[in-house]
Design a protein around this ligand. Structure first.
Ligand code: C2O
Ligand code: CU
Length: 519
């Protein structure tokens, strides 16, 4: 293992990912941001230079941050923001982790404006190395023509009732094609934007790492005439299973292998927006069919000719958990020492604005006094206050097992992501949560982001082995802004004995200074 250095310089620039020009929050002047790669065990030292004219933080989605919870990048939970015109260095090891991850801003809804990219950890002993010749990384995303600042302001208007903002288009690895006929007068839009092209050679096999980095949508991913052999889900190798299409919710990742054994021509790569997941919005006028091109060497440089799209209703669900079997099975964490219930849903606040709740409480991050500092450095809040005001769930059992029952009291599906861990999915269903004897103790799926289906429950488990403050939230970014966020406070007695690096604590006075200057 070595130390890898990366630089992310963040600034705003006018770009047109789908042909429509807008100001994009870029990293090293590009969107998506640069891909970050490592080998198993490497240390990552990532310089973030902030020229955004706004604060920021960067989170490494799926990385456990063993011993470095303060580098997890969550504004208000693990750190104060990195003020404009300053730099911050994240420094963490990837430990035993391998596979497909991503990084994104974890302050406001900034990642929706462009602050996101892939993060890949290669395993020199990957059991599938002999099964493919080359690999590609594909980030899928929805795309908005307004900034998240405008969209959040709209949602925060008293009486607003139109639901989550619906994206204008979708992108594959940062490229899409908006129909400029729908662009408002006075905007800059170039029609027939080129699509993302993935070049393949007949006879070769390719590993595709597919990441849904969206704000709002679940995609059904497929490639015409090319079945997908799934070998990895969110850092866990799987017993291979072949499907023609897979649903990928926000924050989820898969590696699939395709065999380029078909005729030399162009094939659609399809990321179809699952309409069932956004049916709440009365005026969905967007094109649900996001495309890229799989181009065999020797094929003409043109779009594929097939245009048929699957019009069947696709359920707003994940790939069936029962199909996701660990390549090397592991014992299910047991017995449970700490159990919690998260009831999730929405209510209107006293300003008549729709807010999300977890157990009756709406999360509001305190970027001037983050939780990690409270716990580790003896800050201003005691545990009771954290539980009441900050959706905190506290457990301190050495080598214990946490079980969380998520109960969705709402008619929409919510993809929940846990920081600091992945988890075993013990079961899910409608009605009341059954007795533990009904759970899958043999071979449950393991992942770090799971969709909680409408009006149903899901139970997850993980071992208490990573002291820290870990966000646990719906990854629909609009729901994060509405407060559908919890934080798990793991081993506070151990956290108190760990030291926060001075550069992390130094951010808070700077953040406060910027706040005071802005007044
Ligand atoms: Cu992808 Cu809380 O993060
Ligand atoms: Cu949600």
């Amino acid at each position: 293992p070595i130390t890898r250095y990366y630089n992310l310089t963040l600034s705003r620039a006018e770009l047109k990912p789908d042909g429509f020009s807008r100001i994009v929050w870029t990293s090293n002047n590009q969107y998506p941001g640069p891909m970050i790669r490592a080998n198993k065990g490497d240390r990552m030292v990532i310089y973030v230079n902030n020229d955004l004219d706004d604060g920021t933080t960067i989170h490494w989605h799926g990385i456990f941050q063993h011993g470095t919870t303060y580098y997890d990048g969550v504004a208000g939970q693990t750190q104060c923001i990195i003020p404009d015109n300053s730099a911050f260095i994240y420094n963490f090891t990837t430990g035993e982790q391998t596979g497909t991850y991503w990084w994104h801003s974890h302050f406001l809804a900034q990642y929706v404006d462009g602050l996101r990219g892939a993060l890949i950890i290669h395993d020199p002993n990957d059991p599938f190395l002999k099964d493919y010749d080359e690999e590609f990384v594909m980030t899928l995303s929805d795309w908005y023509h307004k900034t998240s600042i405008e969209l959040v302001a709209m949602m925060d208007t008293p009486g607003y009732s139109a639901g989550n903002p619906v994206p204008d288009s979708g992108l594959i690895t940062g490229i899409g094609r908006f129909d400029c006929k729908n662009a408002p007068a006075g905007s800059k839009c170039e029609p027939n934007n080129p699509l993302a092209v993935y070049p393949v050679k007949q006879g070769k096999r390719y590993r595709l790492r597919v990441i849904n980095t969206s704000a709002e949508v679940t995609f059904t991913f497929s490639i015409d005439e090319h079945p997908l052999k799934i070998i990895e889900c969110e850092g866990e190798n799987l017993k291979p299973i072949t499907l023609n299409k897979i649903n990928i919710a926000i924050g989820q990742r898969y590696s699939v292998i395709i065999n380029a054994e078909k005729d030399i021509k162009n094939y659609w790569i399809r990321a179809q927006i699952v309409q069932e997941c956004i049916r709440w919005n009365p005026d969905v006028k967007l094109n649900l069919n996001v495309t890229g091109i799989l181009r065999y060497e020797g094929a003409p440089e043109e779009d594929p000719t097939t245009i048929d799209w699957n019009e069947d209703t696709v359920e707003c669900r994940d790939v069936d958990h029962n199909l996701l079997k660990l390549y090397e099975p592991r014992a299910v964490p047991d017995p449970v020492t700490d159990s919690f219930t998260f009831r999730i849903g929405f209510h209107r606040n006293d300003r008549n604005v729709m807010k999300a709740y977890i157990n009756n409480s709406t999360f509001v991050p305190d970027i001037y006094d983050p939780t990690v500092h409270n716990i580790m450095a003896g800050g201003n809040m005691d545990a009771k206050d954290l539980e009441a005001d900050q959706n905190a769930f506290i457990y301190d059992t050495e080598n214990g097992v946490v079980e969380i029952a998520l109960i969705n009291e709402n008619g929409a599906t919510h993809p929940f992501h846990l920081h600091g861990h992945n988890f075993f999915i013990m079961g899910h269903g409608n009605g009341t949560v059954p007795d533990r004897s009904q759970f899958n103790m043999v071979d449950p799926a393991v992942r770090d982001t799971v969709s909680i289906f409408e009006d149903s429950w899901t139970v997850i488990r993980f071992r208490i082995d990573n002291p820290g403050v870990w966000a646990f939230h719906c990854h629909i970014e609009w729901h994060v802004e509405m407060g559908m966020v919890g934080q798990l406070i793991e081993r506070p007695s151990v956290l108190k004995t760990m030291e926060i690096p001075p550069d992390v604590t130094a951010l808070c006075p700077k953040t406060t200074k910027q706040k005071n200057a802005a007044r």
